[in-house]
Design a protein around this ligand. Structure first.
Ligand SMILES: [Zn+2]
Length: 267
């Protein structure tokens, strides 16, 4: 079975991991086609913080919620700040940030929950979405891992929080690394390398003090370090910058673009 596939519903494409779906975790990674945003005409921008018409963004979100079978009023979002704070959410947080920015969880880049039917929804344009699914307890996690989150070990923080809150054992966690910028398109300089202690192998030198950074491998290494078995780490290996016809890419579009959503919940 291929790690990563697409399904088309209501005129939109949603990427997913068939193995994760078979385990009963409803999840998806949106693409850019089939929405009604103004920010990039006709696109499925899912984020409220990028200067798009909020009503159109909410309609895009409604369309995705209908395609995936959840109620938008249950979804929980957070104001991603490229940090490494992960928050525990429950039914009390249902709907926060789903229809307007003001109620989103502040200063947070990852969410975990063991509440069923509580979709976690984060936004991306090149940064790495990592899903965590505990097949034992049914708890789920979702983090936003750009380079800052990755060098801040946000996936390990997410797993540690699931262990503490829900007794999740890493050997029962399946992790999924979604579409995001590949090493092919992601050049960074020495300042990033200097903050990535122990993860230097993910940097491939290009020219003086510059490196291609493999964020997929960096997050895979952190998942392994946290105790997630190698064969339970699913990887899309799809570069959002190479494929910016299908995905929003912050780098390829020089910062002027929308955001995809990654969404996961347990039925
Ligand atoms: Zn690429």
């Amino acid at each position: 079975m291929a790690d990563f596939a697409f399904k088309e519903r209501n005129g939109i494409q949603i990427g997913y991991f068939p193995a994760l779906e078979e385990m009963g975790f409803v999840h998806g990674f949106t693409c850019r086609i089939g929405g009604e945003s103004d920010i990039c005409p006709g696109t499925l921008n899912m984020a409220l913080h990028v200067g798009d018409d909020p009503e159109k963004v909410v309609r895009n979100r409604e369309k995705v919620a209908a395609a995936m079978g959840f109620s938008l009023d249950q979804a929980v979002t957070c104001a991603q700040v490229h940090g490494n704070r992960v928050a525990v959410v429950t039914e009390k947080e249902a709907g926060r940030g789903a229809r307007e920015l003001a109620s989103t969880l502040p200063d947070t880049d990852g969410l975990v929950t063991n509440t069923k039917e509580l979709p976690l929804m984060l936004f991306y344009a090149d940064c790495v979405p990592v899903m965590l699914a505990d097949t034992d307890s049914g708890a789920v996690g979702l983090v936003h891992a750009g380079w800052r989150g990755s060098v801040g070990h946000i996936v390990e923080k997410g797993i540690a929080l699931m262990e503490k809150q829900y007794g999740s054992h890493p050997e029962h966690v399946t992790a999924a690394i979604g579409p995001s910028i590949g090493a092919c398109c992601y050049e960074v300089d020495r300042r990033v390398l200097e903050q990535a202690s122990g993860l230097e192998a993910c940097f491939h030198p290009t020219w003086k003090d510059h490196y291609q950074l493999d964020l997929w491998e960096m997050n895979r290494q952190e998942l392994l370090a946290a105790g997630v078995p190698d064969n339970q780490i699913l990887m899309a290996r799809v570069c959002t910058s190479c494929h910016h016809d299908l995905y929003f890419s912050y780098r390829a579009e020089h910062g002027h673009t929308g955001r995809m959503a990654a969404i996961i919940y347990k039925k």
